[in-house]
Design a protein around this ligand. Structure first.
Ligand SMILES: O=C1C[C@@](O)(C(=O)O)C[C@@H](O)[C@@H]1O
Length: 155
């Protein structure tokens, strides 16, 4: 397959505690599981002619490693819910700046309507877009946007 006809490649990253979606604070995060999210995002990507790979880790360095690895893999766009690292991680910010892969930041909850320490994100000013407060639907909207508007990246 030539580079021009290769499908757009999307990486979905979920940070700490998002493996607990479905049981974690359901009043805040809802009842869908991470597997539900991955299934719906995979369908959204596939229907739009893109591919999607999902990754979850509770460890900051593993997320940095995965972002760096994505560069070598030719990933075209990343959808990330960094969880609590949103509010703390210069390392994840620097990883995005280092690889230059465009990304959308997703939060299940509206972080701006919650505690003050959740209002600041180390990623938002570098993101193509930020979706917060639309529940797990936010992931699908982000994947849909990446799949239909992002371009294949030139290595
Ligand atoms: O783990 C999370 C989940 C979250 O990113 C969200 O999806 O709403 C919001 C963060 O503040 C929190 O630490």
């Amino acid at each position: 397959m030539s580079a021009s006809s290769a499908p757009l490649s999307i990486l979905l990253i979920n940070g700490p505690n998002l493996n607990l979606l479905g049981t974690r604070e359901p009043g805040v995060y809802g009842s869908s599981t991470l597997n539900d999210v991955i299934a719906s995002c995979t369908t959204t990507a596939t229907d739009a002619g893109a591919t999607l790979v999902a990754f979850q880790s509770n460890h900051e360095g593993a997320i940095v490693d995965r972002i760096q690895q994505a560069h070598g893999e030719g990933v075209d766009g990343i959808v990330i819910n960094p969880g609590a690292y949103t509010h703390t991680s210069v390392a994840i910010r620097d990883a995005f700046l280092g690889v230059g892969i465009p990304f959308i930041e997703v939060h299940v909850s509206n972080i701006h309507a919650r505690e003050a320490f959740r209002h600041h994100s180390y990623l938002s000013d570098k993101a193509v877009a930020v979706i917060a407060g639309l529940g797990v639907k936010g992931y699908e909207y982000a994947v849909q946007h990446v799949a239909t508007t992002f371009k294949k990246r030139v290595a």
